[in-house]
Each structure stands twice: as C-alpha cells, then as structure tokens.
Write a protein that binds this ligand. Structure first.
Ligand SMILES: [Zn+2]
Length: 254
C-alpha cells in the first residue's frame, strides 16, 4: 500500500495524462461522426481530470498536516538550581514524547549515558538531573554538550547536541551557566607536537563542531610550522577584545 502510494505519488500525473489521452482518442474514434456526443464526452473527461487533480492536492495536504501533527518538536537548555545544573526539556509540538536517553559529553571523557524514562506532554516542560561530575571536583570551568534521545508513537530520533559552560565555585557549586563553549581549548601542532595554539571557541554549537574546527586549526598549524599561524588560533589581544564585547547572558534560575 505504502509503495503503491509512493509510485502513484511520483508517476501519478504522467499516468493520468497517458490514461486520459488514451480515453480521449477512444472517444474521438467512437464519436467522431457525432460532434455533440463527442463534445459531451470531452467535457466529462475534463471534469474527471479536475476532480482527480483536486483530490490529489487535498491528499498531499492531509499528509503534510498529519506529519506536522505527529512530529516531535522540542527545546532544551540547562538551568541552575541550588548550586547544581539541571536540564530542562520543553515539548512545543502537538504530540507527547518519551525521553529515553540523555547523552552528555565532557572534553575529558567519552559519552556519559543517562537512561531516562520521562514523558513530556505536549505543551509542558520537564526538569531532569545532570551528572554530578560536571561540577564536583571541577576548578572554575566545565564545558560539556548534551543530546536527547526521544521516542513518540510515530517519530523517534536525537535532538541536535548543544554545548554549555558552567562556572564552578570553590565549594563545587555552579555559579553561572553560559551557552556554547567558553573554555580554553589547547591544540598541539601535528608536525612538531608542541602545544601551539588555543582555539577560538566562539560560535561553536557543540563538541562535533569543535572537533571540525580543531581539524582545520591542526592542518593550518602543520602547514605554517614552526610559526603556527591559523585563522582559529586565539591571541591574548583577541581574547581581551571578545571579553569586552561579550554581553552578560541571562541565567535561568528557579
Ligand atoms: Zn609545529
């Protein structure tokens, strides 16, 4: 049924034109001696054609509507709560979904998986705990990225990964949370092995984007060794300029 619909969807108009052409020819041969009947038959064919066309249009409209209603649409972020960082997940779609996994990455570790089973109803927001190791025993800055795996009756998948940076106080309490990676990201030159540059982390959405930028930086360091010049290498002057331009970001708290 599904395949038939796909084939029809793709070749439907061509098949229709061919079919209608054949019908018109048959009618012409049958009624050519009778112009009035021929005209009536022609009008009938025209009406049928229009009817089929409109039906197909409303069918594809219905399908688009169905897809939109059953698609999972979520937003998520990290907020501060009693000196900890928490994940919030909002469902702004029309269908309920289940969070099945929270994937957290730190620069020093591989993925930390958290199996979560939490239903987020349409139009509501849930708060989930994040791993303690993101801030316990951390001195000052902790960057990580989060990805959510979800499932609904007709849809399943992963959210895009999103990076956050925690500012951690002396007693392992989270003081501030920023979007993106706001940490020094040292990169070695692949040719001489020297710790050659601190990568500009501005505008990076997640750790995959950081890895992509790091590859570009490494190839430029290698090509310019031993001067180690790169468009993505941070200088003290650049860091200072950026800090001055940076607007304080709103931190969510409750
Ligand atoms: Zn080098």
């Amino acid at each position: 049924m599904e395949t038939a619909r796909k084939v029809l969807g793709k070749h439907g108009p061509t098949l229709l034109v061919l079919g209608l052409g054949a019908c018109a020819l048959a009618f012409f041969l049958l009624y050519w001696s009778d112009p009035v009947n021929f005209l009536a038959a022609l009008i009938l064919v025209g009406i049928t054609w229009e009817y089929v066309r409109i039906n197909q249009k409303s069918l594809s409209l219905q399908q688009a509507q169905w897809e939109q209603q059953n698609r999972v649409v979520l937003r998520f972020g990290v907020k501060r709560y009693q000196g900890r960082a928490q994940l919030w997940v909002a469902n702004i779609g029309k269908t309920d979904f289940l969070i099945t996994e929270v994937l957290v990455r730190m620069k020093s570790e591989n993925k930390i998986l958290r199996n979560e089973r939490r239903i987020v109803g349409s139009g509501s927001r849930e708060t989930l705990a994040l791993p303690d190791k993101l801030w316990t025993g951390i001195s000052l800055i902790s960057a990580f990225d989060v990805q959510i795996r979800y499932e609904s009756q007709h849809d399943s998948g992963f959210s895009p990964a999103r990076a956050f940076t925690l500012l951690v106080g002396a007693n392992s309490g989270v003081i501030n949370i920023r979007r993106g990676i706001d940490d020094t990201w040292w990169v070695s030159c692949p040719k001489c092995g020297q710790l050659a540059a601190s990568m500009i982390t501005e505008g990076l959405e997640n750790f995959d984007a950081a890895a992509d930028r790091q590859r570009v930086l490494e190839s430029e360091l290698k090509a310019t060794c031993p001067d180690h010049a790169s468009q993505w290498a941070d200088s003290v002057e650049q860091i200072r300029q950026r800090r001055e331009q940076q607007k304080p970001e709103a931190v969510e708290e409750d």
